[in-house]
Write a protein that binds this ligand. Sequence first.
Ligand SMILES: Cc1cc2nc3c(=O)[nH]c(=O)nc-3n(C[C@H](O)[C@H](O)[C@H](O)COP(=O)(O)OP(=O)(O)OC[C@H]3O[C@@H](n4cnc5c(N)ncnc54)[C@H](O)[C@@H]3O)c2cc1C
Length: 244
Amino acid sequence: MMWHVGTVIALQNETATARTIALQVPGWPGHIAGQHIDVRLTAPDGYSAVRSYSIASAPSSNGRMELTVERLSDGEVSPYLTEELAVDDRLELRGPIGGWFVWRPRQTEPVQLIAGGSGVVPLMAMIRSRASAASAAPFRFLYSVREPDAVFYRDELRAISDQGDSVLITYAYTRAVPKNWPRSAGRIDADLIANTTWPSRLIPTCYVCGPTSFVESVSVLLLACGNKPDKIRTERFGPTGDRQ
Ligand SMILES: Cc1cc2nc3c(=O)[nH]c(=O)nc-3n(C[C@H](O)[C@H](O)[C@H](O)COP(=O)(O)OP(=O)(O)OC[C@H]3O[C@@H](n4cnc5c(N)ncnc54)[C@H](O)[C@@H]3O)c2cc1C
């Protein structure tokens, strides 16, 4: 797969530790919601590091895409992308990658999205793809996040919620909840899955994305509610295997 060179055209902070990077990529073939790319950084001495990042934006044919990167303070690549990268800088990238963890507008069945932390990124691409294709597919989204200030795409998600029942969004805060919140802070459990996700008899396609342990525990809970393994698509944001 060939490497493309993208130019940074805009930067926007999502939270205190996460930033959205908009890129213009000449010759980019386009993508399907849910896919990711590999980013390669090369130091002047030739040392290079490759990391995977999901595409946050809806599919488009104009070579523009957005990524959202969460900074890991002890990380090698994410501090650079969230703190040092500037508008007009160039980034090497290849892709799009992934053919299973994708949502296409021709899908009409109910969709259950479940994100942990930065796992929201490819699921946001699916929500945006649904909107840009004017799809009527029923979506529900369960978003597990540390605290209210850690929510990515806050205004856009609020606007989607305000539009009515097009995408039903439920937040599950793991460390701190907003004032007067009906649930205490905690991880997604059987009760939350049973009460906020589509019943398995509707045969939803489930997309689960986040840290490896999150994806594994949520998959077990979905199976326990009667969802079939082939209806649960997962993406693990663990450390990238391919390090060059
Ligand atoms: C398919 C795929 C898509 C991804 N999409 C995104 C995305 O959209 N946004 C995003 O911010 N990240 C995403 N990631 C994670 C990303 O690839 C990097 O792993 C992350 O940015 C850390 O890289 P780093 O070089 O800063 O840290 P490293 O130097 O690689 O690691 C620093 C420390 O953090 C640990 N660590 C590495 N990655 C993670 C992680 N994801 N969670 C917790 N601890 C970790 C390491 O074990 C190490 O101890 C994705 C990963 C995959 C596999």
